[in-house]
Design a protein around this ligand. Structure first.
Ligand code: HSE
Length: 435
């Protein structure tokens, strides 16, 4: 005889782009979840900002409410799902729910990237789940693999394409020769980019995701403010063409590394455009897709690929967490979160990578020597160098060996002071296998 499934009453905070698809998905998948996990999910209360907006959802009368606080602490609610976004009131509401002993599922990247440790401590005190798979790379399972499947792995580096908008723009620039402004306008018309695209194109969104990935991968606390970030708005058609000639593609990468430091392990986290070798798995991640590439000492290389945004994929990630939290609730258990202690965050000046540089130069004897001297002065070694164009169009394109950021910056400063260098164009980091 099979026992009746446990009914788990869900309080949903926010019913917008992800909350709406989640309600529909719970309806669609309810019986399959009963069969597979032994819990019956009931969306019991939904806190919204407008009671009159038509959401096209099949919700019973009295489910919608304007009072989010009462949902977070309602004794009749077993699990709270926060999909409001932003820091406040989401933070207060989650703390209230955890304080009332309720597991919480959230997709709130900004909140976890800034207050993840505080919330994890509150969840641990209450002995309940705090799950946030949807906060990084939408529908791609990466939080749980880092937290659970790879808990014993020595992860050395994680590189992610974790912003779909910028990946779409760079793909258009690479494959269609579209200019940056036109590619951005297309991303906006397709609903990928906001009217103010700053958070995506300047790397803030990817930076918050990088902070969460680094925290989980290295069992430490990294917050969004620790992440150095550069965006893609300075990438030119010439850079895209040069990358292609060098058998590379330009991607906006979140790079998280664990490195030996003088006083123990250090963590380096940064977001910037990078030249990725054409044969690297990340180079084939096109359009608005996301991917996270994990390098581990024992497991080797792994790649997680899929849709990093959108209502359906993100709701799928939330639902996976919700089923987990519901099952754990019925068993009286909870997963460990583990933001760990605070490691030294290696300042950007001390981080290292190879660099690509493009210089508009005079085309006459001795120019190369004066340029090479500047590199030598700052201990930056040149790996390859090529002159494109002649006369007034002369341009030197070069790639360095692995160099310190501070040394490279000093090199660029001195190159700008050379009378033979008209302009230092782009400076782009290169993903190298030798790192
Ligand atoms: N705007 C993000 C992207 C999705 O383009 O990937 C939300 O984090």
């Amino acid at each position: 005889m099979t026992s009746a499934p446990a009914i788990v009453r869900v309080g949903l905070l926010g019913c917008g782009n992800v909350g709406g698809p989640l309600v529909s998905l719970v309806d669609e998948r309810r019986e399959a979840i009963v069969d597979g996990a032994g819990v019956r999910l009931d969306i019991t209360r939904v806190a919204v900002r407008s009671l009159t907006r038509d959401r096209g959802l099949d919700l019973d009368d009295g489910v919608l409410t304007l009072d989010a606080e009462s949902v977070a602490t309602d004794p009749d609610i077993d699990v709270v799902v926060e999909l409001i976004g932003g820091i406040e009131p989401a933070r207060e509401l989650i703390l209230a729910a955890l304080g009332a002993g309720k597991p919480v599922v959230t997709g709130n990247k900004e909140l976890i990237a800034n207050h993840g440790a505080e919330l994890a401590e509150a969840a641990a005190r209450a002995g309940v789940d705090l799950l946030f798979e949807a906060a990084v790379a939408g529908g791609i399972p990466i939080v749980r693999p880092l937290r659970e499947s790879l808990a014993g792995e020595d992860i050395t580096r994680v590189m992610g394409i974790v912003n779909g908008t910028t990946n779409f723009i760079l793909t258009r620039m690479t494959e269609e020769g579209t200019g940056y402004a036109d590619a951005l306008a297309e991303a906006q018309s397709l609903g990928y980019a906001e009217r103010d695209p700053t958070a995506d194109v300047e790397g803030y969104d990817a930076g918050a995701k990088a902070a969460i990935i680094a925290s989980l991968a290295f069992g430490t606390r990294v917050v969004a403010g620790d992440v150095y970030h550069e965006g893609i708005s300075g990438i030119s058609a010439h850079d895209i063409a040069s990358a292609s000639r060098l058998d590379h593609v330009i991607k906006l990468l979140a790079v998280c590394e664990r490195l030996p430091g003088a006083d123990g392990p250090e963590v380096a986290v940064r977001v910037h455009p990078a030249m990725v070798p054409a044969q690297h798995p990340l180079a084939g991640v096109r359009d608005s897709f996301n991917a996270v590439f994990v390098e581990g000492a024992s497991v080797g290389d792994l790649m997680f690929y899929g849709r990093g945004a959108g209502g359906g994929p993100t709701a799928s990630a939330v639902l996976g967490d919700l089923v987990d939290a519901a099952v754990n609730r019925t068993k009286g258990t909870a997963a460990a979160v583990g933001f760990g202690g605070r490691a030294r965050i290696r300042p950007i000046d001390e981080q290292r990578s190879p660099f690509y540089l493009s210089l508009d130069v005079e085309d006459r004897p001795g120019v190369l020597r004066s340029i090479a001297e500047v590199f030598e002065t700052h201990d930056v070694s040149i790996r390859s160098l090529e002159q494109e164009g002649i006369g007034a169009d002369a341009r030197i394109v070069l790639i360095t060996h692995v160099a310190r950021e501070a040394d490279l910056r000093a090199t660029v400063r001195d190159l700008r002071g050379l009378p033979t260098v008209h302009e230092v164009g782009s400076v782009i980091r290169v993903v190298a296998s030798e790192e």
